[in-house]
Design a protein around this ligand. Structure first.
Ligand code: PA5
Length: 446
């Protein structure tokens, strides 16, 4: 089971600026209302919890077809539709494309260089395409899919549809409409489940199954951590404590930046997944805590100086790995060179673990709060736990801030200008606004 250790957040470790038991006790009063809300799925966004009882049979079936008939698997999606699958791929099948088939390509951005490269690498005739969009109207996903659909049509003619799996809303949206019309296989993102909470839906689980990971194990892990995160008492609920501690650090100490630093290359994409979840869910109504993705031990040589001696505005969240699933002994060479000889005969895992523990200690000694989530092993079961833990913690924290953690009204404005510029009907005025703005911007140029 994953575990949260928050010793280095408390006043007993930090002195002034640490959180006291009394402060946590004071929050207790808010918990029952939030707890009931979550337990009763009082808002549709909480239906991500119902994913824990889904039947993954249809996902397994689709994956088995893809594995049997494809050398390449191309996923098109952005935001929550891409970050979860990428976190699953990188954590559970590192260096996948160099070792296994089908290779997996996740195309989220609309950088033409990326799609051009992907097209030059894949064999379209042996490619299965998973287009993922909950709304069905996301411009980035739609345009990449339009490019790929044309390629499929050239390659397969009237049988192009057989190569597409559309993951989308059960009823609504453009992709649902096109899928019904053209007869794509479809997988459903349940109505209440928003993009960034969808990793444990077919959005993430299809990729898992395609790369040979048992989705049932992922869900089992999520279910087990859910039990631990379903207790009313804040002191026994790691997800509630995680949110409460960061909320208190923001409110009382003005620490409104959260660094997420896993000590495993396989969790780098996970850290990016977390950052989207945290940022898009909590950043509204002038509130929110800024997440920033990081990687240990690499960022000890890049960011640590800032965390140690920069502004007192951060909380560092470590992810410590107990078993890396692999290890290498450092040979006892260069024994006569004192500066590096001492490393000989140690395991690489000893070094990375020592670095993580030392960084925690160095930070706390310098009165910099941090907490640690320990994951026993990076496998399907524990990744399920990690994903669900943060889903619950994020929803809880949103309720603590009294904001809606499931919407994202702030992203609409920019989208509308893009629609105008790309000629979408009904957005003509937005285009004019952009053009006017361009004239204004002519002034301050060098
Ligand atoms: O979390 C969210 O809702 C967003 O990040 C979406 O995942 C992202 O905007 C893509 O949306 P869609 O799945 O509708 O294409």
């Amino acid at each position: 089971m994953i575990e949260l250790n928050f010793t280095n957040m408390m006043d007993s470790a930090l002195g002034e600026g640490g959180i006291s038991d009394r402060q946590i006790e004071a929050i207790r009063g808010c918990i029952p209302a939030i707890h009931s809300k979550i337990k009763d799925r009082a808002v549709p966004g909480l239906s991500f919890i119902d994913l824990l009882s889904q039947d993954t049979g249809n996902i397994k079936e689709a994956a088995s077809f893809i594995r049997d008939n494809s050398d390449d698997f191309l996923l098109l999606g952005i935001g929550g539709s891409a970050l979860g699958p990428r976190a699953i791929l990188d954590s559970l099948s590192p260096f996948h494309n160099l070792k296994k088939r089908p290779r997996v390509f996740i195309c989220d951005n609309v950088d033409p260089m990326t799609l051009k490269n992907i097209l030059s690498l894949i064999d379209i005739k042996r490619t299965a395409v998973n287009v993922i969009t909950k709304s069905g109207s996301t411009a980035e996903t739609a345009s990449s899919f339009m490019v790929i659909w044309e390629e499929l049509r050239k390659a397969f003619g009237s049988r192009a549809s057989e190569r597409v799996i559309a993951t989308t809303d059960p009823e609504k949206g453009n992709l649902r409409m096109i899928a019904n019309e053209l007869g794509f296989k479809t997988l459903v993102i349940p109505a209440g489940v928003g993009g960034r909470y969808s990793v444990l839906s077919p959005v993430g689980l299809l990729t898992a199954e395609v790369i040979g990971i048992d989705s049932i194990e992922i869900i089992k892990g999520a279910r087990d951590i859910h039990e631990k995160c379903s207790v009313n008492d804040i002191w026994d609920n790691p997800a509630y404590l995680f949110g409460t501690l960061l909320y208190l650090m923001d409110r009382n100490e003005k620490r409104n930046i959260n660094v997420m630093v896993p000590y495993a290359d396989g969790l780098k994409a996970f850290s990016e997944w977390f950052c989207q979840l945290w940022a898009e869910s909590l950043g509204k109504d002038g509130k929110g805590i800024t997440p920033y993705p990081s990687l240990g031990a690499v960022d000890q040589h890049s960011q640590l100086q800032l965390w140690m001696e920069g502004p007192q505005d951060k909380v560092v969240v470590f992810i410590r790995v107990l078993d890396y699933g692999a290890d290498i002994k450092i040979p006892a060479v260069f024994g006569a060179v004192d500066g590096i000889g001492y490393l000989g005969n140690h395991m690489l895992s000893d070094l990375i673990k020592a670095e993580e523990e030392s960084t925690e200690l160095a930070l706390v000694k310098n009165k910099r709060p941090n907490m640690t989530i320990t994951i026993p092993l990076i496998d399907a079961y524990h990744m399920g736990q990690l994903f669900h833990f943060f889903n619950i913690a994020t929803a809880f924290t949103g309720f603590m801030y009294d904001i809606d953690p499931f919407n994202q009204p702030g992203v609409e404005e920019g989208k509308n200008f893009t629609y105008g510029m790309m000629g979408k009907k009904g957005f003509e005025a937005r285009r004019l606004e952009v053009e006017k703005e361009r004239e204004k911007k002519a002034c301050y140029r060098v």
